[in-house]
Design a binder for this molecule. Structure first.
Ligand SMILES: C[S@@+](CC[C@H](N)C(=O)[O-])C[C@H]1O[C@@H](n2cnc3c(N)ncnc32)[C@H](O)[C@@H]1O
Length: 276
């Protein structure tokens, strides 16, 4: 891959997705784009990038950008956020007039949103289907297709899903496991780029935006966190990944006394909030 093509593609990726790669990551671009070049009928990666530059086809550009996303995820990832969420949701007083709305904002292949759905299902006051609305979004269409299907390999199932939940919420489907309808129907999937306004998704009480900010520079993190904050109810809680923070990025959130859990800053005195 020529340095010019790497530069062009890195700039396109950053502009369209916020994802940052530098010249030391050329191996990553090569490994991820080689299969796209093959399936799209280009001789090599340079031919693919030339085509993206000179005669872009939405299908090919999308596939190339999608291939650059890192989709690592698993059920109940890091456990603590889900324990904190359970504590937050265990207070029946949290429930207002409408359904509680929870957003898995970089949902990848769905394990995070389904973990939230299982957790809600096990809380008596949230077990009714219309008590909670869970929306899973991602920029990657291939991830969303898999998430909506709810089919996971044994390897994916073994990563974080307790056996009781496996038997309760999944059916064996050949070599794989398929989420039962009752679990799948608890999550709505939508394609959404975190760089864009989330206005159309509605307002949320709780947002999981975990393990995605690490791919962005500070100004992109600020833009995304401010957009997310604008879409949250007063007293809303934000969950970030273990190595992610709002500190030094935006004042839209205040830290709570629970690791990885943030509260929308102007509502830190809300009655059901964890203490900030
Ligand atoms: C490492 S996964 C994190 C999945 C899950 N949140 C977790 O913590 O296990 C990061 C996800 O962010 C998505 N992503 C990257 N850039 C994005 C953007 N600009 N808008 C929406 N999603 C994005 C990727 O497609 C990927 O599925």
């Amino acid at each position: 891959m020529t340095p010019q093509n790497l530069l062009f593609f890195a700039e396109l990726l950053h502009r369209r997705t916020g994802i940052l790669i530098d010249e030391t990551k050329d191996y990553l671009v090569k490994t991820r784009l080689a299969p796209i070049a093959g399936t799209s009928g280009y001789a090599d990666i340079d031919a693919l990038i030339d085509a993206i530059r000179d005669r872009p086809e939405a299908r090919v550009v999308d596939a190339a950008l999608d291939a650059m996303t890192t989709n690592e995820t698993f059920f109940f990832r890091d456990q603590t956020p889900f324990e904190v969420l359970r504590t937050l949701l265990s207070d029946p007083g949290r429930r207002g007039a409408g359904p509680l709305r929870i957003w898995s904002a970089a949902a990848s292949t769905g394990q995070e949103a389904y973990s939230i759905a299982m957790l809600c299902d096990e809380l008596p006051h949230l077990s009714a289907e219309n008590a909670v609305e869970i929306v899973g979004t991602d920029i990657s269409q291939s991830c969303l297709t898999k998430a909506a299907a709810g089919v996971y390999s044994s390897f994916e199932i073994q990563r974080g899903l307790p056996i009781q939940k496996l038997t309760r919420y999944f059916d064996k489907d050949g070599e794989s496991w398929r989420a039962k309808n009752e679990l799948r129907s608890r999550v709505t999937w939508k394609r959404h780029n975190l760089m864009d306004s989330p206005w159309a998704l509605g307002r949320f009480d709780i947002v999981f935006c975990r393990n995605v900010l690490i791919y962005f520079d500070i100004s992109t993190r600020r833009r995304i966190l401010d957009l997310v904050a604008g879409q949250m109810q007063n007293g809303g809680h934000l969950f970030l990944g273990a190595s992610e923070t709002t500190l030094g990025v935006t004042n839209a959130f205040a830290q709570t006394n629970r690791a990885g859990c943030w509260i929308k800053a102007d509502a830190s005195a809300a009655p059901h909030a964890l203490s900030a």
